[in-house]
Structures are given as structure tokens and as C-alpha cells.
Design a protein around this ligand. Structure first.
Ligand SMILES: O=C(O)CCC(=O)C(=O)O
Ligand SMILES: [Fe+2]
Length: 179
């Protein structure tokens, strides 16, 4: 786990009032994946999309803008908002697993990437995975569990299935789904 991730998790743990060690343990020693994206300029930006709307399925994502081309957008209250690059800043994305770990207190945001008519765009994203003793479940001390516990491998399979079907697997883990 990177020092930055550890610091971010420390802030989150004190904000949530949970044991810092519990959140740390969920991320420590887990897989880190790096994705490099290049979005070439496109003369018809209204007809194509860089990345379709999605939620990041894993724990935490740290995104670095390599240039100053905008494109990333986040959805809030049904509207898309741009997240323009800031020099020296990283975008921190809460993933679905962190949403479950925090019992829904931190929510994973839907985002997408638009392309630019004139300029290419490049980003580097580091995904930090997380799990609790081989499972995905809310940490203790955050009230009644809003998500059911699931074995980590089953979560990953379900998450990929959801991506392929255009549904969000984490929704199916909600305990009060049909109430
Ligand atoms: O390149 C970006 O701005 C976003 C990439 C992204 O959302 C992802 O890799 O999951
Ligand atoms: Fe993403």
C-alpha cells in the first residue's frame, strides 16, 4: 500500500470514528493495478465517448492527469460535472469495495470520460484493492450492516458480470434492497 493511500485511509478512519488499523488492514498487502489511458483527439466528440459511465469496482483509485486536457466528469444528482486537471493534484476515487467497507458512508461516484476535438489526453490510474479476511463486508462499528458479506472471489466475478450487463453489482449486496 502506498504512503498516500495509508494517509488517506487514516483521515477516513478518523472521520468515520472506526479503528484506523481495521481500515488499514483491509488494504494492506492487497493487489495494486496500474492503468494508463490515452484518449486521442476526435473531431466528433459528440459522437464518441472516452470511457462509458461506470463506478470503479475495487477499493480506491488515485488518478494522475499527465496533461491539462479536460475530459473526466462525475455524476451528482443526475448531472455531469467536469473534474478539470489541477497541476500537482491527484483525483481520489472511492471504489465500490470501499463503499461497502464504510457501510455506505463513503460512496463510489459514477464517472465517465469525454474526448476533446483538438487535444489528446493521458491519465495514469492506480487501483488499490481491499478485502477483509477474504471477504467484502462493512467494517464493525458503523451501525447495522447495509451490505451483505460476500466472498472476495465471488465479488470480483459479480462485479465483472455487472460491468458486462450494465448493472451495478454492489447494489445487489444491499441488505434492505427489497424493503
Ligand atoms: O482517464 C480517466 O480520466 C478515468 C479513467 C477511469 O475512470 C478508470 O480507469 O476507471
Ligand atoms: Fe473509473
Amino acid at each position: 500500500m502506498s504512503g498516500l493511500t495509508r494517509r488517506l485511509l487514516g483521515f477516513m478512519a478518523s472521520d468515520l470514528g472506526v479503528e484506523r488499523e481495521a481500515l488499514d488492514r483491509a488494504f494492506r498487502g492487497k493487489r495494486q493495478t496500474v492503468a494508463m489511458h490515452h484518449y486521442p483527439p476526435c473531431r466528433h466528440p459528440d459522437k464518441v465517448i472516452g470511457i462509458t459511465p461506470h463506478h470503479d469496482g475495487l477499493g480506491l483509485a488515485l488518478l494522475l492527469h499527465v496533461d491539462d486536457t479536460p475530459g473526466l466528469q462525475v455524476k451528482r444528482d443526475g448531472r455531469w460535472f467536469p473534474l478539470d486537471p489541477l497541476p500537482g493534484a491527484l483525483v481520489v476515487n472511492v471504489g465500490d469495495i470501499l463503499q461497502v467497507l464504510t457501510n455506505g458512508k463513503y460512496r463510489s461516484a459514477e464517472h465517465r470520460v469525454l474526448v476533446d476535438a483538438e487535444r489528446g489526453r493521458a491519465t495514469v490510474v492506480m487501483f488499490q484493492d481491499a478485502s477483509v479476511a477474504g471477504t467484502v463486508k462493512p467494517l464493525p462499528g458503523l451501525g447495522e450492516a447495509r451490505y451483505r458479506e460476500i466472498e472476495y472471489g465471488e465479488y470480483v466475478k459479480g462485479n465483472f458480470r455487472g460491468l458486462a450487463e450494465g448493472t451495478r453489482f454492489v447494489d445487489s449486496l444491499e441488505t434492505n434492497r427489497f424493503c
